[in-house]
Design a protein around this ligand. Structure first.
Ligand SMILES: [Zn+2]
Length: 287
């Protein structure tokens, strides 16, 4: 083969391989980077250096889908989950924990746009009794049940439990928590049933999130490159806007559109400082 041909083959390889690697490096790197924990960038375009793993089982919680290797976060996030687990355990329950972030954060090939900076965690509404831990096979297979009748715009009373409201309220009252996303139908139901709605301020309506709630911590004070979100309005959000959310959800459930798999988030939008995190040395101490 001529030199020119070699060069053209090489260039073709570059074009075909590099963008894929840029996107997937984040989901294939197996361990956190060494060093002090630091959040870089935003929740939907960021990464984390020196992340910590959440132990797969702790007091009052258990990690679901551990094979995905998405149980890493800023130590504040790990502490938040452990403390919430302890509080739920004191009331006889055990939380099922969904995705946190990848070992170094960054975009995931499926499932989320955010969860990139080690500050987001999904918590199932469904709980287990405190004494029960699931088998590894069950943690991979048990389905995450929805808590709503989407076409009616109401909670599913056969599934919903006051325990789930209690866990949500405990999470909303944790000082590090910046906001929590739940399905608008769930928030609407809480607006109607809560005598004191002040804790609902941090609970914001979103699509999906009818089987889990999504907790987001504020930027840690020592992560100077962490990009905060616009602050929430200082009200409980039980308003006309929420009613429109519910109407839209009910409408969408009654006439569903064919599902189109969303494009995975791009790694190109990450701050330049994240490159050093992705290729930096690995924490040798096995998590
Ligand atoms: Zn989430």
């Amino acid at each position: 083969m001529s030199v020119q041909r070699w060069i053209s083959v090489f260039l073709l390889l570059l074009v075909n391989v590099l963008p894929v690697q840029a996107g997937n490096g984040w989901s294939t790197v197996a361990r956190p980077s060494v060093g002090a924990p630091e959040v870089i960038g935003s929740y939907a375009a960021g990464c984390i250096a020196g992340a910590a793993p959440l132990p797969l089982i702790g007091e009052g919680y258990q990690v679901m889908r551990p094979s995905r290797n998405r149980y890493y976060g800023h130590p504040r996030l790990i502490r938040f989950v452990e403390q919430l687990g302890q509080q739920v355990s004191a009331h006889g329950g055990r939380l099922l924990i969904g995705d946190l972030g990848q070992p170094r954060g960054g975009p995931m090939p499926n499932g989320h746009r955010s969860h990139q900076s080690g500050l987001d965690v999904d918590v199932w509404f469904l709980q287990q009794p405190r004494e029960r831990t699931l088998s590894p096979a069950d943690t991979e297979q048990i389905e995450m049940p929805s808590m709503i009748y989407a076409t009616k715009g109401t909670l599913n009373p056969a599934r919903w439990s006051p325990r789930y409201r209690d866990a949500l309220k405990l999470a909303a009252q944790a000082p590090d928590v910046e906001r929590i996303f739940v399905n608008a139908i769930i928030k609407q139901a809480l607006c109607e049933s809560e005598p004191d709605r002040r804790w609902l301020e941090k609970v914001r309506p979103w699509w999906g999130h009818d089987a889990h709630f999504h907790v987001r911590l504020a930027c840690p004070p020592d992560s100077e490159q962490c990009k905060a979100q616009k602050p929430l309005p200082m009200d409980d959000g039980c308003d006309a806007d929420l009613r429109h959310w519910v109407q839209d959800l009910v409408q969408a459930a009654r006439s569903p559109k064919p599902y189109r798999k969303p494009e995975p988030p791009s790694a190109d939008r990450l701050p330049a400082a994240c490159t050093a995190v992705l290729y930096g040395s690995t924490a040798w101490k096995a998590p």
